[in-house]
Design a protein around this ligand. Structure first.
Ligand code: NIG
Ligand code: FE
Length: 409
């Protein structure tokens, strides 16, 4: 047995399903607490100085009176990619926007060129470095999207890297198929044909090889419209892949409305969303996965988080780590922005980066909170409370990371 004792504050959301409205701000807080772990799972929780009998075979960790939370869950990333995009800096300084660069054949398509050129092993080694950095920052589960291959071989290559990362590192890596991320050079001007190719050829093979659990689409002006997105996501649903959608990131062309109509598990970005989109998501039980570091890096406004919470939409916060719109994998920075820009309460932000994020990737049953029976994914912080994590920015405030009951950091 592993015993973490002398926990100053144990703070966690509670339950197996996402929390919305005022429930998003409800965290359990236990003082002078301890957590017992057996077989990688939480077996008991103690408070107010209570402790079990400590026999010789118990491995004890002293939390030093610090804060302990569930391991963070980063529910939206694009972490497997070739190259970087710092070459866009001069274009951006001259006023080019994200979509200007993409329309000119750069942006995502530049990353596609580099990703296609890299071997599976090279991609694995590069992404493994990111996984190590994420673990050190307190992230114990991550979602990772394809979408830089844009043809059968290269999409499968990216998804196999996800699988290898999941199997060979302590991180749980949850895989999403995002073949509909951009229109590849081979299909320029023929987006409908590309969607048909994805639906008829690529996605069935992804399913056959069991390489993804979600299907996602970039529903955006100059990328895929609502009908193309609907077709892609319905095909995914038919094959048993739940829907995610990059919706209303730059223009509200109807992505959030579609998310509600299709009962997507999550709609992501939502910087530009409107009342219609919010109402549809609320009706469809969709979790909003918000990505404030992308607003920061693209110099955009911030998604209307408070309005969504008030309308009963569960809000999750993720990094969106990718080489174009958010070259940072620091989820602690997204937490800082959740407080500074969304004006969310620390308790709401903890729920957004643990339980609600877990539910956005369908893992609420096993992770996202500190409860008996859940996987022992925990962070001991160099801080007395979660307010400190929202407040200090730019430093890694993690002290110890525990994954499935093992100390990994
Ligand atoms: O979530 N918006 C689309 N996809 C990513 C960016 C990918 C890229 O620019 O390489 C995002 O922001
Ligand atoms: Fe994204």
């Amino acid at each position: 047995m592993l015993l973490i004792k002398n926990i100053g504050v144990l703070q966690t959301p509670v339950g197996k399903s996402s929390l919305c409205g005022s429930k998003q701000a409800q965290n359990l807080k236990l003082t002078n607490a301890a957590i017992a772990i057996e077989n990688g799972k939480i077996s008991a929780i103690y408070k107010d100085g209570e402790l079990p009998i400590i026999t010789n075979d118990v491995h004890v960790i002293d939390a030093g009176n610090c804060l302990v939370t569930p391991g963070l869950v980063d529910c939206h990333t694009h972490l497997v990619f070739g190259g970087w995009r710092h070459n866009e800096i001069p274009l951006k300084l001259r006023g080019a926007t994200y979509l200007d660069i993409l329309r000119a054949g750069g942006g995502i398509l530049d990353t596609v060129r580099h990703t296609r050129e890299m071997s599976e092993d090279e991609l694995y080694n590069k992404s493994k470095g990111f996984i190590d950095e994420m673990l050190a920052g307190g992230v114990t589960t991550v979602e990772s999207k394809s979408g830089y291959g844009l043809n059968l071989d290269n999409e499968l290559k990216q998804l196999r890297v996800n699988k290898r990362l999941n199997e060979s590192t302590p991180m749980d890596v949850v895989s999403t198929f995002l073949g509909a991320h951009a229109i590849p050079p081979e299909y320029q001007g023929k987006p409908d044909e590309y969607i048909d190719y994805l639906c008829d050829v690529v996605l069935p093979e992804v399913k056959r090889q069991n390489l993804a659990v979600f299907c996602d689409v970039f529903c955006e002006d100059s990328v895929f419209d609502v009908e193309q997105s609907r077709k892609m996501l319905l095909k995914g649903q038919k094959l048993g892949l739940k829907s995610k959608i990059h919706a209303d990131e730059i223009e509200a062309i109807g992505g959030a409305v579609l998310a509600g109509e299709l009962g997507a598990i999550s709609a992501e970005h939502l910087i530009a969303t409107n009342e219609q989109g919010i109402d549809s998501m609320a009706k469809g039980g969709v979790t909003a996965a918000l990505l404030p570091a992308t607003s920061f890096y693209l110099n955009k406004t911030y998604a209307p988080a408070r309005e969504m919470i008030n309308k009963g939409i569960p809000v999750a916060i993720a990094s969106d780590f990718n080489p174009g719109s958010c070259p940072s994998l620091n989820l602690q920075f997204a937490i800082n922005l959740g407080y500074l820009k969304y004006r969310m309460l620390p308790e709401e932000i903890l729920t957004a980066t643990t339980l609600n994020a877990a539910c956005a990737i369908d893992r609420g049953e096993t992770i996202g909170s500190i409860e008996v029976g859940k996987q022992a994914d925990l962070v001991i912080w160099n801080a007395p409370n979660f307010e400190m994590i929202c407040y200090r920015f730019g430093s890694n405030q993690v002290k110890t990371v525990i994954k499935k009951g093992e100390i990994i950091q």
